[in-house]
Ligand binder design. Sequence first.
Ligand code: DP6
Length: 350
Amino acid sequence: MVYQATASAPVNIACIKYWGKRDTKLILPTNDSLSVTLDQDHLRSTTTSRADPSFTKDRLWLNGTEEEIKPNGRTATCIAEMKRLRADLEAEKPNEPKLSQFYVHIASKNNFPTAAGLASSASGFAALVKSLASLYQLPSTPSELSLIARQGSGSACRSLFGGFVAWEMGSSPDGSDSLAVEIAPREHWPEIHALICVVSDDKKGTSSTSGMQRTVETSTLLQHRIKHVVPERMKVISEAIKKRDFNTFAKITMQDSNQFHAVALDTDPPIFYMNDVSRAIISLIVEYNRVSVDAGGPLKAAYTYDAGPNAVIYTLKENVKEIVELVVNYFPQANQFKDPFGLFGSDGVQ
Ligand code: DP6
């Protein structure tokens, strides 16, 4: 008999960025972070896991191509951790089939082109852990599963929840308190939307993993950020989300994106993730907000950039049409996804 289960997980985009590890094997961060999980339908990974006594080794396919599972690598760690949880369950329930002793075959695909330049590791590892949890019929909560997804890729732990999610860095050396928690479900603030502007689909120059390690080793600004900036921002943005205060949410999101890129620049040698188009989009959003603020109104949009040049713009539903028109007007290529600059996902977060 073949045992099989399928699960999906969406991409998440951080408003307070995770950048830096205090333990590279367990993937324990140097600061808390907070993100918004995007709409399931638009950007997600879907993973099917199978267990069968006839399988002769664990195998993995990503978007149809088989990938090597490196011994002691991140995928191997996640699979081993999930098998351990299944073995615990089998010890409690001796009549359950011994799935923990079978090899697994895992196939994962993204519903967005890898060439879109969007990180797929967050949704990928979250979907992998969810599909194994379903295959193994584990009673684990999303926070418990986040402990394992975290060991695949740090940001993956936040994709176990929809809506607004914090990753609490924790303090335990074994990582047992470094997990994701829900700040608010997506239904709490459905008016928030995310626009994703694909500025370039080139593979990024410096990976998040190696870039953040170099920052930990060389940046003094990172130490200031960890100690004196992020803790306060986590409090203020969590409150803003609870109160649906877009003005504060937007202000902190932009400040934190700016500081993350400042920390990248403070790394030796410096890391540049944004390009001229990224900076032009920042100017556009700053100007768009200034017009509103000068008229006595609130901030209407927030830009944020991860470890690459693509912009994510958070805004309220009522402004989506206006912003899309503005972006397309200034960057005419923007509505062609395959071109160097594409725009999609206008009904992102909910
Ligand atoms: C800039 O989660 O990709 O997107 O843990 O080494 O796999 P690893 O790094 P990863 O880093 C994400 C960095 C970021 C900020 C964020 O998502 O919080």
